[in-house]
Design a binder for this molecule. Sequence first.
Ligand code: F3S
Length: 649
Amino acid sequence: MGQTLTEKILDDHLVEGELEPGEEIGIEIDQVLTQDTTGTMVWLQFEALELDEVQTELAAQYCDHQTYQFDFKNTDDHRFLRSAAGTYGAHFSRPGNGICHNVHKENFAAPGKTLLGSDSHTPTPGGLGQLAIGAGGLDISVAMGGGAYYVEMPEVVNIRLEGELPEWATAKDVILHLLRELSVKGGVGKVFEYTGPGADTLTVPERTTITNMGTELGATSSIFGTDEKTKDYLARQGREDEYVELAPDEDAEYADQITVDLSDLEPLIACPSMPDKVVPVREVAGESVDQVIVGSCTNGGYEDILPAAKMLEDREVNKKTEMIVAPGSKQASEILARQGWTAEMMAAGVNFSEATCGACIGIGHVPASDSVSLRTFNRNFEGRSGIEDDNVYLCSPEVAAAAALKGEIVDPRDLSDELGDLEAPGVELPDKYDGSKADLISPDEAVDDELIKGPNIGNAPIGEPLESDIRGEALLKMEDNITTDHIIPATSDILKFRSNIEKLSEFTLSRVDETFAQRAMDADGGVLVAGENYGQGSSREHAAMCPQYLGIEAVLAQSFARIHKANLFNFGILPLAIDEETYEKLEQGDDVEVVTDVSEAVESGESEFTVRVNDDWEATATLNASERERRILSAGGKLRLTKEQYEQE
Ligand code: F3S
């Protein structure tokens, strides 16, 4: 039986396990990337591993999320990241140089290589044949130390593209269409592999728009094969020698196949406040628009901004609408400026932002309350824009520019008819991506050779080996669907302490109970009780690290979100599943004792644990963990385990 492209790349990198869906596999990582909000902890953990230098072929540190340096803590973080990159041998991309996914695609992404990144949109370079996966920061530190990355072998689903996009339909509409069909849960445990004659018609930047937003489908990754278009893109970036031909075998077997005829697509839009609330633009036409932003890691490239610029040429942004262009990279900005397009857009009434995530995570350009904002981004969750009562729509740059011109949502085909001389701009790549690399510092050009830590930068906490007995107060009883945002809020006033776990821990679960952190410190730890789906949301490892710091030894929940459960293992916290009856009976303040010898049971593969409450009644709790996860738990977390393994080598 032939292999899919995903299986081929995984096979080439396999160090443990079998390529059977659902089985845990270990793979070798060629490249890693990290950004500023997750990067400081990545490097602090790398420092704790006491390694001299990065072991992967390539590592890159970007500063893209909080680039504005409005607080010395951000600037200190950036300086620390530069010093860490220099000390350990990673590339460093200065704040303002662009969003990690865009800059990585331009400079380093390589077909056939594996990439692990501490950002959920890491799969972006799947559009040029790289198998790229997002992960928690500690996984990145371990991979940089040469360790394998462990993941459940995903199902590989074939998305077969037929036909060709009609005028005004774009790559963004391909992925919005899939979100409409499959929903934000449609890709969980899957890799989407794009094939077919329709795929051949798409340029690399169009492909990366699609693979970027595979994350919104919940997919582990998304990937295209390589061809003349890939070779051409790499050549324009001056990296043609990195081209490798990649395709699935003719007789590859997929878990599922979905066919999309590109010629059937039309301009689509995701309505507030979920990326899968997708409708044709014409269905919401007429809605007044206050703000339009073209940019982000999804549609912030030269090829995304140029269509908007062409549509705005010799025209003006509607007086009731503000339009901002936030390029994904300085390279895109620079080329657009050299070609005169920046001046053209400015003349039309556009404001330019530096190349940053910025507005995508509510840092700058926060919409007015209860106003409408059209963005070319990938996420529109309520409140993500920086204000709770937002109405954020997601669309292509063409739809965004049309709305900016009209002052209301409009199908660009209708606007074209109305104006008479508005032509579909199409997709155009520059002859050469010849932007300066002044903001990219290679390991050879490193300016620091030792870590520079400001007063807000602490150390990575290292857990203690698992003890035989766990006994403590049920410090908090929580409902279903507690998110990582509940556990550690991501607002900028709190996130600025991301490199200082001692300080950040003070905010643990503050959105549920403001007294929690203090009570946990006073009690010297304890246990947590929760309902279903505990820890859903982002891969934020601070949501496990801070409870660990406060001495939380176990979480008793009806069920756990997958990534958070992995993070609980990584930080040495015992995740025990309880049934509904036990959940109902448990009260906040109860004395909870795990009667089973915990360390022995974890080591011997035991899954049932007896829990005694208030020395009065008993219940059974379950530990679902692989052998590897049990080793991590026993050691007191992945950092301690990895450190011990390195010391033994
Ligand atoms: Fe994330 Fe920045 Fe993209 S916040 S979604 S990487 S623009």
